[in-house]
Design a binder for this molecule. Structure first.
Ligand code: GLN
Length: 197
């Protein structure tokens, strides 16, 4: 499948590794835009929520008055959250001592830093199901959230052991890991080709 023409993809650019995602979009020739203000959402067709620190993003979302427009956008448009971005897209955060307010887009419960607090960068090869058979992708877990419960409408596209780590619900995709750090575009391409229809 081809990447659709005439789409502009936004990247939430208030904190975290948004530049890496912008570079990835650039490498694929996809028009993109940094999103910081509600008005930016009117100029994009889909959004990537990057990894970083969900506590900081949560504060900034309120500071930039993004919560309501961002939630509305994520309910109907293609969105792809990685790591902290997945935390934001979840329905519930377990043991939520930092009181991060998830946007409730994907019916998953997550545990922040669920694989331990240490920065461990494991570059595993994970088997993923991206719609046309299984494939192996690079998966880097950095203080990654663990998915501890999933709702019935959620499709699991990859697991690490028994844990779901790549999930899809409607037009929303989320990974507990980073796939963009080594320059791989497999999951981004899957998002661009399958979610903008
Ligand atoms: N531990 C971070 C958080 O809770 C997520 C880490 C990441 O995005 N790589 O927000």
């Amino acid at each position: 499948m081809e990447i659709p023409k005439n789409i502009t993809v936004g990247v939430l650019a208030i904190q975290g590794d948004f530049e890496r995602h912008l570079a990835q979009l650039d490498s694929l020739g996809v028009p993109h835009r940094e999103v910081r203000l509600a008005a930016d959402l009117d100029r994009i067709d889909g959004l990537i929520l990057p990894g970083g620190e969900s506590t900081t993003m949560d504060i900034m979302i309120d500071r930039f008055k993004l919560r309501e427009p961002l939630t509305r956008f994520c309910r109907t448009k293609p969105v792809y959250g990685t790591c902290a971005g997945m935390i934001l897209l979840s329905r519930l955060i377990r043991d939520n001592q930092s009181r991060v307010k998830p946007l409730n887009i994907i019916d998953i419960e997550v545990l922040r830093n669920g694989y331990g607090r240490q920065l461990f960068s494991s570059d595993e090869r994970l088997e993923v199901n991206l719609g046309n058979g299984t494939k192996h992708v690079e998966a880097t877990f950095i203080r990654a959230p663990k998915i501890v419960a999933i709702g019935s409408g959620v499709e699991v596209l990859a697991r690490r052991g028994t844990d779901p780590v790549l999930v899809k619900s409607g037009k929303a995709l989320a990974s507990a890991f980073h796939n963009e750090l080594g320059g791989e575009t497999a999951i981004l391409r899957h998002f661009l080709t399958h979610y903008f229809v």
